[in-house]
Design a protein around this ligand. Structure first.
Ligand code: 8X3
Length: 247
């Protein structure tokens, strides 16, 4: 029996790489995101991917996703992201709300909608894409640190509450990953500032590196729960300790 995985935020970056990778692993992949054109492109390229339009900030949209699924064995809650790097003192309340709404409430909505199906599968996996920003705080982290800490906490609570049910709760916390949009969104479209984040870093992680870790976690034997996997590039020993090569 082919297992079904739902990946949110699958139109770009880690979500898109994960959809591709899990399709290659033999899963039926439901690739869900707002930008349908990008999903259609992906589905045309990769057999085994079904595109579904999804806005995790809309209860109606999440309800439609759940209703369209016959089964769900694996859920990858990946939709989310960072906006702004301002200090708390001057952070924008709207940005904080948006980050909480997507990273935390969005994951909550999709989790609540699909949990019955994950449990009914008899061997479900719920994977939360958090961040090292959910484990350590840093200057400018502000609303993103707050949202990712909340998401990490929700993941821990879920694991406790679901102990004894046939569903594993896995957290992947990546550090510096060079995707096409993460930093661009954080800097509100300022490509120069976004690119500087990776200046001189020999090899930041790629979306494929994280997808590889996700694929490993969800393909362990069903009694093996990878609680949390922290994945960083070798050049990033800590948030404030990044090796950069200057020419
Ligand atoms: C992104 C990682 O280091 O920018 O989730 O907080 S970091």
């Amino acid at each position: 029996m082919t297992k079904t995985v739902v990946v949110t935020g699958a139109s770009s970056g880690i979500g898109r790489a994960t959809a591709r990778r899990l399709a290659a692993e033999g899963f039926d992949v439901v690739a869900a995101a707002r930008r349908r054109d990008l999903l259609d492109e992906l589905a045309a390229e990769v057999p085994g991917i079904r595109p579904v339009t999804l806005d995790v900030t809309s209860a109606e949209s999440v309800g439609e996703l759940a209703a369209s699924l016959h089964r769900c064995d694996v859920l990858v809650n990946n939709a989310g992201g960072a906006i702004g790097l301002e200090p708390v003192a001057t952070g924008d309340v709207g940005d904080w709300r948006r980050m909480y709404e997507t990273n935390v409430i969005g994951s909550l909505r999709v989790t609540q909608a699909l949990l019955p199906k994950l449990v009914a599968s008899g061997d479900g996996v719920l994977l939360m894409l958090t961040s090292v920003a959910g484990l350590v705080s840093y200057e400018g982290g502000g609303g993103y640190n707050a949202a990712k800490h909340a998401q990490t906490s929700m993941t821990e609570v879920l694991r406790l509450e679901l102990c004894g049910q046939p569903v594993r709760i896995v957290e992947i916390a990546p550090g510096m990953v060079h995707t096409e949009e993460f930093s661009l969104n954080r800097f509100r479209g300022d490509a120069d500032r976004a690119a500087k984040i990776y200046d001189g870093v020999p090899d930041p992680l790629s979306a494929d590196d994280v997808a590889d870790a996700i694929a490993w976690c969800v393909t362990r034997p069903s009694h093996v729960n990878i609680d949390r996997l922290v994945i960083r590039p070798r050049a990033q020993a800590a948030q404030h300790k990044i090796h950069r090569v200057t020419s």
